[in-house]
Write a protein that binds this ligand. Structure first.
Ligand code: NCD
Length: 330
């Protein structure tokens, strides 16, 4: 656990060449071997997190700031636990969404965080691109914990790791993502991540919640949920992101459930061992029924949360290697 910096398997270049980026802002633009490297790195942390003593001192003495300009339960907690398990000092900054605007204020915040000499900054922001803006103003690695409708890269990685654990590999696995694709940064990161790893991705949404030109991302678009489910190995459900909707995108939650809710009956259209996933928070009885969300042996929803801590530990470790002077990473 405390040994060499990384298990070099030959699947990716040695040392820093395995992940040559300072920041983790998006999955788009990462090479598939870079994604595979982060997933492989996370495996050791999955193991450690299953022990009763969960501490590794790899990041001892380092300061990590979680700057969340948008509400979060599991992502914030997950990054906090990840940093603490690696021995770092973790500080959380909550900023009410309404009090922070793009532009000068955000840049001033970035300069303030930078002056505090954090060793890594984890940022969630309601505006797409805000995290990249801050990354351009600070001297340390920045991890995107979700920026508007753009990306949520650690969610894409943790979902890929969850699927890999259940199915053994990603290549050729049929994944159906259903819900509010238009407003979902989770969908975007997942599409990039799954496509890079060779999965076959279908997306399903009512027409109003399907982004134009989604096929250009290498997915097949469906408007009929039953057709999208046929033979799927993984069914990933997404919440209706009401807070991002300006106007009426769906007639009612009841009608939405009728056409796009995952019920036990609908799940039967997917492969017999299809895995059920949801990034949370769930709206039970809308996009997913409780009997499905809690279906033993099939629902991976709590497993996703478990994998999330391991993935965030891997990302924090890898991105701070240069600053820690790890051999091969300086
Ligand atoms: C998602 C998010 O915030 O993007 N949740 C999460 O991080 N687990 C999805 C959502 O808000 O619906």
């Amino acid at each position: 656990m405390t040994g060499s910096a990384s298990p070099h398997t030959g699947r990716y270049p040695a040392g820093a060449a395995a992940f040559p980026h300072r920041d983790l802002l998006a999955i788009a633009g990462l090479a598939s071997h870079e994604i595979a490297f982060l997933l492989d790195e996370a495996e050791q942390w999955v193991e450690l997190n299953r022990q009763s003593a969960k501490h590794a001192e790899r990041l001892a003495g380092l300061t990590i700031i979680n700057a969340f300009f948008e509400n979060s339960t599991r992502t914030l907690l997950s990054f906090e636990i990840a940093g603490k398990r690696l021995g770092a000092d973790v500080v959380n900054m909550h900023a009410a969404q309404s009090s922070v605007k793009k532009g000068e204020t955000l840049i001033d915040t970035a300069l303030t965080l930078n002056a505090m000499r954090a060793d890594a900054i984890v940022i969630r922001h309601a505006s797409s691109g805000a995290v990249q803006l801050i990354a351009g103003k600070v001297d340390c690695p920045v991890l995107n914990a979700g920026d508007g409708q753009h990306e949520h890269p650690t969610q894409g990685l943790l979902d890929a790791l969850t699927i890999r654990h259940a199915k053994g590999a990603l290549n050729g696995v049929k994944v159906t993502i259903c819900g509010d694709i238009l407003h979902s940064r989770v969908a975007r990161s997942n599409i990039h991540c799954l496509a890079a790893l060779g999965a076959v991705v279908r997306v399903c949404a009512p027409p109003a919640l399907m982004p134009d030109g989604i096929e250009e991302m290498g997915v097949t678009a469906f408007y009929d949920f039953d057709a999208a489910l046929a033979g799927a190995d993984v069914v990933m459900m997404l919440r209706l992101q009401q807070e991002r909707m300006q106007g009426n995108f769906i007639p009612s939650a009841r009608e939405y459930r009728h056409f796009y809710g995952l019920t036990l009956e609908r799940l039967a259209k997917a492969a017999p061992d299809a895995l059920v996933m949801h990034p949370g928070p769930m709206n039970r009885g809308v996009e997913i029924d409780s009997q499905v969300a809690d279906l033993a042996g099939r629902s991976a929803i709590t497993r996703q949360v478990e994998m999330g801590v391991a993935i965030r530990m891997a990302c924090l470790d890898v991105l701070t290697r240069r600053a820690r002077g790890i051999a091969g990473w300086t």
